[in-house]
Design a binder for this molecule. Structure first.
Ligand code: NDP
Length: 241
């Protein structure tokens, strides 16, 4: 799969799945424009990977739109940035709920709007991958805001897929189970929580970030030319077990 000559926006490229996706795209010829939050990550993306990197807090709607416009033009978009906060349903705060929806749901919408408007204005095709989660399909205790925000993202994916495909832009979602990144350390480092989750995965292990990145690249590429609007689990069979 070659991405030679293609420009790809990757949000959340500072760490985890986004970082590995950016690395893989660059190895396959792409020019990556990273949108991410921490200054240290911005510097290392520039210095170590040779990315263009734009520092932005995706919880800020106006800042997100400005960053998305600054990242253009691009051929592909990976909405990967995401965040979580562990709270039981009864203790879920409005602040956490709003923050997770701002980063996990609203920011992908804003970035995708600018990306799609630009492509349509230039009369070019493209593709978007939204990084969702199996949390959009199941109820995970202490993840009310996260599950809701990813369910909302899936709704966006489906509407975008219907509205944008006639204009030549495909939109798909990927749904990893627990993936070994800094976020997983935050959410799954308690062995009492992780063990039953791992046990339910027929493949018997959690996911490596590169195993998510490979699927993202496939869905971006012309190899997936007629794949549009899907929610692709990357879960070792968790959902059928
Ligand atoms: P990480 O926490 O490892 O990395 C997330 C990246 O997103 C970081 O670079 C982070 O920057 C950035 N980010 C988070 N919040 C903001 C913000 N407000 N503004 C700008 N950038 C931000 O997460 P993962 O790689 O694990 O997750 C990537 C995606 O995959 C997320 O959407 C997540 O929900 C999803 N996912 C992850 C799973 C897992 O088990 N790891 C499972 C299923 C889905 P910074 O560190 O500077 O905040």
């Amino acid at each position: 799969m070659s991405f030679e000559g293609k420009r790809v926006i990757v949000t959340g490229a500072g760490k985890g799945i986004g970082r590995v996706t950016a690395e893989m795209l660059i190895k396959r010829g792409a020019h990556v424009v990273a949108l991410t939050r921490s200054a240290v990550d911005v510097a290392s993306l520039r210095d170590e990977l040779g990315c263009e990197a734009i520092q932005v807090d995706l919880a800020d709607a106006n800042g997100t739109r400005q960053a998305a416009i600054a990242a253009l033009p691009a051929d592909y978009l990976v909405n990967c940035a995401g965040t979580t906060e562990l709270q039981s349903f009864l203790e879920t705060t409005v602040e956490a709920f709003d923050h997770l929806h701002a980063v996990n749901t609203r920011a992908p919408m804003i970035v995708a709007q600018e990306f799609a408007r630009s492509l349509i204005g230039r009369g070019l095709p493209g593709a978007i991958v939204n990084v969702s989660s199996i949390a959009a399909f199941i109820g995970i205790p202490d993840h009310a805001s996260y599950c809701a925000s990813k369910g909302g993202l899936d709704g966006l994916t489906r509407v975008m897929a219907r509205e944008l495909a006639p204009k030549g832009i495909r939109v798909n979602g990927v749904h990893p189970t627990v993936t070994l990144t800094p976020m997983a350390v935050k959410a799954w480092s308690d062995p009492a929580k992780a063990a039953p989750m791992r046990y339910r995965i027929p493949a018997g292990r959690f996911v490596e970030p590169a195993e998510v990145a490979e699927v993202i690249l496939f869905l971006l590429s012309d190899a997936a030319a007629m794949v549009n609007g899907i929610s692709m689990p990357i879960d070792g069979g968790y959902l059928i077990a």
